[in-house]
Write a protein that binds this ligand. Structure first.
Ligand code: HEC
Length: 189
């Protein structure tokens, strides 16, 4: 009996301590919004910018960010080709389907506006096996004013002005066999 009583009374004192701690935590909760505000200010001014996760019209950059953004399927709300088709002449991507964001889809001739972007679904049979993304993320008409990303299976090519991509895409619009203009072959309107 003795040990049991001891245990019971000991437990209730532990409960008292918990109750006290909960109360004092509650009374300090007002501090949390301040901490959150300070953190978001610090992040907004630090290395992670809002564009790291992109937005429904704008892909982010960097493999992890682009893959997370692709998985949200925002680009499927863009103007897309109705179905996948074999690679066009000069195409390096096999069976594919291209989507243009609003800025790219509505653009006229000349340099595309900053923020214009394309996503290409790359198919292996009837399944999507990878993606290519291009984003005009700086003004100008050089290849490094575009961010390029491609992943098929587990292999990735990514970066501003990725030379393999620029080497071919810079031919868009040079003659009647290379449709499009300003690094974009297929503008879906
Ligand atoms: C040998 C030429 C060639 C190379 C290299 C190439 N592409 Fe393409 N790409 C094309 C053609 C042609 C199209 C038009 C659609 C098709 O393939 O049928 C295209 C379409 C695209 C599109 C859709 C928008 C558009 O311009 O039509 C994206 C995005 C894209 N490519 C990204 C890339 C990336 C990223 C790389 C580098 C990793 C790359 N491409 C390398 C030829 C090429």
């Amino acid at each position: 009996m003795g040990p049991l009583l001891y245990f019971t009374s000991n437990r209730s004192s532990v409960e008292n301590v918990w109750a006290h701690m909960r109360k004092s935590y509650r009374s300090r909760l007002w501090i949390l919004p301040l901490v959150a505000a300070a953190l978001s200010w610090a992040c907004g001014n630090g290395s992670s910018s809002p564009s790291d996760s992109g937005d429904p019209q704008t892909p982010p950059t960097g493999r992890a960010n682009v893959e997370a953004w692709l998985a949200k399927r925002f680009y499927q709300m863009w103007t897309c080709e109705p179905q996948a088709h074999p690679a066009r002449p000069f195409g390096a991507h096999g069976q594919n389907r291209v989507c243009s964001n609003d800025l790219l889809s509505s653009a006229g001739p000349g340099e595309f506006p900053v923020g214009a972007a394309s996503v290409k679904e790359i198919y292996g049979g009837s399944q999507i096996s990878g993606y290519a993304v291009s984003l005009h993320n700086a003004p100008g008409i050089a290849g490094n004013t575009w961010y390029w990303y491609e992943r098929v299976g587990s292999g990735t090519t990514a970066g501003e002005g990725a030379s393999v991509c620029v080497g071919c895409h810079q031919q868009a619009g040079i003659d009647s066999e290379h449709p499009g203009h300003d690094f974009v072959y297929t503008q879906v309107r």
